[in-house]
Design a protein around this ligand. Structure first.
Ligand SMILES: CC(C)(COP(=O)(O)OP(=O)(O)OC[C@H]1O[C@@H](n2cnc3c(N)ncnc32)[C@H](O)[C@@H]1OP(=O)(O)O)[C@@H](O)C(=O)NCCC(=O)NCCS
Length: 144
């Protein structure tokens, strides 16, 4: 698999995956999903995960955060999603590894995420990838 940072031309694909994620969670995608993503395009860096045939089967986004205690930057990682039929093959682990390298290349010292307490699979995944729970559903991974 490979990941690519998305370009504005990829916005439809992002919306499709985002809508699939919301449906997965039992939520209804808002009618203005595309305009919301466009509005925050300069703040959120979107990643699409592709297979060998250039099919995008997953996504995540990163938002730069200041780590004041260290005087450095980190990235909040959100919207992580893999289409159901692609799960359980280690692709999330590969995608997160690549996102970590991407963040380190930009001088980031930490990654952050928020996960609902009932999202067992996701929590188990992040703990297996070396993340730690901080508090209130916040998870952190220190980048060496
Ligand atoms: C979270 C998500 C991206 C994980 O995708 P995935 O393809 O299943 O992940 P992987 O196959 O890389 O597995 C990651 C870890 O999950 C666990 N895991 C994988 N398959 C599993 C299965 N069938 N049953 C239980 N745990 C499993 C393992 O701990 C694995 O870690 P490992 O690499 O040490 O074995 C996917 O389940 C998803 O899109 N969920 C809905 C959206 C979501 O919850 N996003 C995160 C919060 S924003």
């Amino acid at each position: 698999m490979k990941i690519k940072t998305a370009r504005i031309e990829d916005i439809r694909k992002i919306c499709e995956l985002y809508a699939a994620q919301m449906k997965d969670l039992g939520e209804t995608p808002p009618h203005n999903l595309e305009s919301l993503i466009r509005k925050y395009w300069d703040k959120q860096i979107w990643f699409l995960f592709y297979d060998a045939h250039d099919f995008a089967f997953g996504m995540a986004y990163a938002v730069e955060q200041i780590v004041y205690s260290l005087g450095k930057v980190g990235y909040y990682i959100g919207g992580a999603f893999i289409l159901p039929e692609w799960r359980g093959r280690g692709l999330y682990r590969q995608a997160m590894n690549q996102i970590e390298s991407w963040a380190k290349d930009r001088g980031a010292v930490e990654l952050f995420a928020r996960i609902r307490d009932d999202n067992d699979h996701s929590i188990k995944s992040l703990l297996a990838f070396g993340w730690h729970k901080v508090k209130y559903g916040n998870y952190v991974k220190a980048l060496q």
